[in-house]
Design a protein around this ligand. Sequence first.
Ligand code: SF4
Length: 314
Amino acid sequence: MEIRKLSVEVMTETGFLEVIKDVDLTIDEGEIYSLVGESGCGKTVTALSVLRLLGPSFRVKNGSVLFRGRDLLAIPEKEMEKIRGREISMVFQEPMTSLNPVLKIGEQTKEMFVVHLGLKKKEAKERAIELLKEVGFENPEKRYHQYPHQLSGGQRQRVLIAISISLNPKLIICDEPTTSLDVASEWEILNLLLSLVRERKMSMLFITHDLHIVENLSHKIGIMYLGRIVEEQKKDNFFKKPYHPYSQGLLRSAFMRGEKLIPIKGSVPDLKNVPKGCKFHPRCDYVMDLCMREEPKPIRIDDGTWVRCFLYGN
Ligand code: SF4
């Protein structure tokens, strides 16, 4: 999938505000791309734009989302409906609100097989039980007849993952899928996702604010700040040498071991008060006059690494 120059606006009382701007992002086959940033930076808007699931107050200003030869932002809605779930699926943050509380797990798991593949009830049930087994339930027949409230948070997230892979999508988008879970369940879910991506040869867009998670998960990392991807690198290189001052600050504050935590100074500005020039300049230790006037364009450092910062490329 290739997202090119994607900009999205949201309607507010005072007019449209840009929530993401010129987002470029490519995910190759079998690749895990982690999109990292603080909450409100535009990660979820990027993901929802791909599936055209943005609410009515949003509008795509420009850009394209190329997926297997088609621009998902330009095709008719009927065609898009066939892509959601079948070719690209999504796992959301809060499993309890994504599952229907009054329907048994089995009913919800087999629905995709009935609706999209037209399977008869018996065969759909067999496939659903296989799927529940694949996502790690030891007694899938028992789970099949339970309601969501009878499962733990981690188990509910397993069910959602089962549903999301049921039609064998090529790309799975996971939006902070472990945020509401305890640490033990979090690592179980991450390991499950990792093994499913490998076994089923899927690609994954993984959205998170947590650099500890992506260290063990990703091939490529994109760092997002105020609606822009400010740096993209292969995972191993990123952890050795982050280029953007924001990435350096994130890494420093996430991985200070046994030393005093050094947070990034200041806070993320409100969308209504986005600074001119480089959006990170009020918080940057290396700010120059130019940074306050102009917004940096992406500078390629090497194959697989680019950064939006005036410290590089001149
Ligand atoms: Fe800092 Fe300037 Fe680079 Fe922005 S462009 S991150 S303000 S040095």
